[in-house]
Design a binder for this molecule. Structure first.
Ligand SMILES: C[S@@+](CC[C@H](N)C(=O)[O-])C[C@H]1O[C@@H](n2cnc3c(N)ncnc32)[C@H](O)[C@@H]1O
Length: 291
């Protein structure tokens, strides 16, 4: 994410869902063509898994035989990877262009995956409530949602009793850092959830591509770790694990990060200063949601 600027022209984001959807629709084809998503690898090698899911494996454990749903699945590389681990997968995204590429990849690899188009907040209109053994969410998802409480409500509604949320996400402390400052780690943006979004105008994207873009405005929100945990608790989930990581799967602070192993990046100088990402797991008690 480059060139983040907070704009005052609220008219440009009055319909933030449509604004963000246009952004993701436009980037989907470029992402599918990018060597960083490496779609051809999944077709060539039936055991190939995304870097993201490979990173997750030690904490994720065995998902074989489980019914999973991947929220904000984008072009489906992580969804396919979870299916390759033996889960029966559904994927949800509001970007029809992203889903076109996700479905094509599933077809090319002959993997049955149920993809649905929906805003996260309307997930139970298109997916069965209370039937999933796990809800999976990957990095770069929560920041597009204005309310972490409404997200937690949806997660809880989708899970079967005893089902589990697994999320690895950019750490809210990392999202609060001003990536335009290359002279050090400077906190420039909210850590806590705000009513007003941060509005970016960025003609780039987070993978290598020669594509040019015109749908560059986005609205995003940060959500503090405590806000996320308490939202899950409010909606009947029991937090079972929170692990903070000193790496992130893209060059989040250009000029200040070094690529390390397995597609991960980390601060070049004293990476122990900053939690880069976190993995949070929570279980829906057999009794179900409390709210
Ligand atoms: C950064 S991408 C996720 C990247 C994913 N972890 C991956 O590497 O493939 C964010 C995705 O969230 C989706 N998205 C954003 N806001 C959404 C919403 N309100 N409802 C559903 N999907 C949304 C976008 O369409 C996009 O595909």
């Amino acid at each position: 994410m480059r060139g983040r600027t907070r704009m005052c022209d609220r008219a440009r984001v009055d319909n933030f869902v449509e604004t963000n959807r246009a952004h993701w629709d436009e980037r989907a084809a470029a992402h599918a063509d990018s060597p960083d998503y490496a779609l051809e690898q999944y077709v060539k090698d039936p055991s190939f898994l995304s870097d993201v899911v490979r990173f997750d494996l030690p904490l994720l454990g065995d998902v074989a035989g489980l019914r999973g749903v991947h929220l904000q699945c984008h072009i489906g590389t992580d969804t396919l990877s979870l299916a390759r681990l033996g889960a029966t997968m559904s994927g949800l995204d509001f970007s029809s262009e992203s889903l076109t590429h996700a479905r094509r990849l599933a077809e090319l690899t002959e993997t049955p995956i149920h993809y649905v188009q929906s805003d996260v907040y309307q997930a139970t209109d298109v997916l069965p409530a209370g039937e999933f053994d796990f809800v999976f969410t990957g990095v770069g998802a929560l920041c597009w949602l204005p309310s972490i409480d409404r997200w937690a409500e949806v997660v809880s509604a989708l899970l079967a009793p005893g089902g589990r949320l697994f999320i690895r996400e950019g750490h809210p402390m990392l999202w609060a850092v001003d990536e335009a400052r290359t002279d050090g780690v400077v906190v420039g943006y909210p850590y806590f959830e705000t009513t007003e979004p941060l509005v970016d105008d960025d003609d780039g994207t987070y993978v290598a591509t020669d594509a040019t873009f015109t749908q560059n405005v986005t609205a995003s929100w940060n959500h503090g770790i405590g806000e996320t945990i308490n939202a899950l608790i409010r909606h009947g989930l029991r937090v079972t694990s929170l692990v903070e990581h000193d790496s992130v799967p893209w060059d989040a602070l250009p000029g200040q990060m070094t690529k390390i192993a397995d597609g991960e990046w980390q601060l070049s100088d004293k990476p122990e200063r900053l939690a880069h990402t976190f993995t949070l797991q929570a279980t829906k008690d057999a009794a179900g949601a409390q709210s």
